[in-house]
Design a protein. Structure first.
Length: 194
């Protein structure tokens, strides 16, 4: 079973996160209700086990909490995948969420890059600053060492757009990290390393 536990303790956040790629329950306590909702959707649609507890400086705002959780989740993916033997590596999805349509594609390349082309109609959903979605994804791709493209094709409702992104992210990470039994002893790269 591919699993990883990451702990991060700074002046801004104290995080404990356990990720299991082969499934399990989602127990999320980030200190931000909207982020809890998005990460629960991410875990459910990705079929991941995800236990997360974060004590952050939310009296300031959610920035440090969201960014640091992205960092920890990225580290957990990198660690849980190990040498990446047998992974499918690439995945993409065009996901509808009511009036919203988002495209998310990934390459577990060993190189971090975020292509983010999303114009969110509102600056806030509840008390959550919507610009933090990009901050979360930046932290995630840097530590997971993946290429990730996120494109909004159409959408008017900010909640739906962000929800579509997190659901799609879960699904592409599930598909890309899945072991291809036919090639389970091979690293999917001509370089021999990812």
């Amino acid at each position: 079973m591919r699993t990883s536990t990451i702990k991060r303790d700074t002046a801004e956040t104290k995080i404990s996160l356990t990720l299991t790629l082969e499934g399990g329950e989602a127990n999320i306590n980030s200190g931000c209700g909207f982020l809890d909702h998005m990460l629960t959707l991410f875990a459910r649609h990705g079929r991941f086990g995800l236990d997360l507890n974060c004590d952050g400086d939310t009296y300031v705002d959610y920035h440090h909490t969201v960014e640091d959780i992205g960092i920890c989740l990225g580290k957990a993916f990198a660690e849980a995948m190990g040498d990446k033997k047998g992974i499918k590596r690439y995945a993409d999805i065009t996901l509808p969420m009511d009036e919203t349509l988002v495209l998310v594609a990934t390459d577990i390349s060993g190189r971090d890059y975020l292509g983010y082309a999303v114009e969110l109609p509102a600056n806030k959903v509840g008390d959550f600053d919507t610009e933090l979605v990009e901050e979360f994804l930046l932290g995630f791709v840097r530590e997971a060492k993946i290429t990730l493209h996120v494109r909004l094709i159409t959408g008017r409702n900010t909640h739906h757009i962000i929800e579509g992104i997190f659901k799609a992210l879960g699904r592409v990470m599930n598909a890309a990290t899945e072991i291809d039994e036919k090639y389970k002893d091979e690293i999917p790269s001509t370089k021999g390393v990812l």
